[in-house]
Design a protein around this ligand. Sequence first.
Ligand SMILES: [Zn+2]
Length: 224
Amino acid sequence: MDGRFSLSDQMNSLQMVKMELGPIGTNAYLLWEDGGKDAVLIDAPPDSKDTVESYLAKESLRLSELWLTHGHWDHMAGAAELLNDEISVIGHRADKMLFEQPDVMSTFAMPGMNFEPVSITKWVDEGDALNLFGRKVSVYHCPGHCPGNLIFWVEDEKICFVGDVIFEGSVGRADLPGGDFETLTHSIQTKVYNLPEDTEICPGHGENTTVGSERRSNPFVRPL
Ligand SMILES: [Zn+2]
């Protein structure tokens, strides 16, 4: 999927493109405000540079922040070639080793890939808030798929970026190193499922869904 849509009808509405990138189809999201100059990218799959930079050029934007939902290679390996010293990079400390020594993931990736490390410039954690062009973004730590998965909830826009915590009708793998299904279940039940039902979930793979829809029908994790 590769579509552009407007998220609100405020004067400076938030714009977002969802890009499915890299060898295993990882979603990255580019966000900016109508009339604005800065853009925020959520996740940087391998080989995302050309696609991301073509949107930046088309909209006359400069990438100012990269928010990494977690340290798995398919979400971060495209970061190094996109970054410069002026871009702040956000991640959770529990995935520090994955960000800084991504080759530890080579056995779980495609043969022949090698990964450039990424330097996180701002570690964030549960309870922190980020600023998306004046909109408050609440940060939650949702481990279980990997130790450092963050979710970013933009209450004003009723959207939440969840990385690989939960998908439409599915949940993230818990069998990779650092994963744990019980921990993942707890993260989903106590954090994702506590968001308002009409919150749109923007996942790291596949189609968007809503909190209400997953609460009602996700077969892997039922609400408490
Ligand atoms: Zn992952």
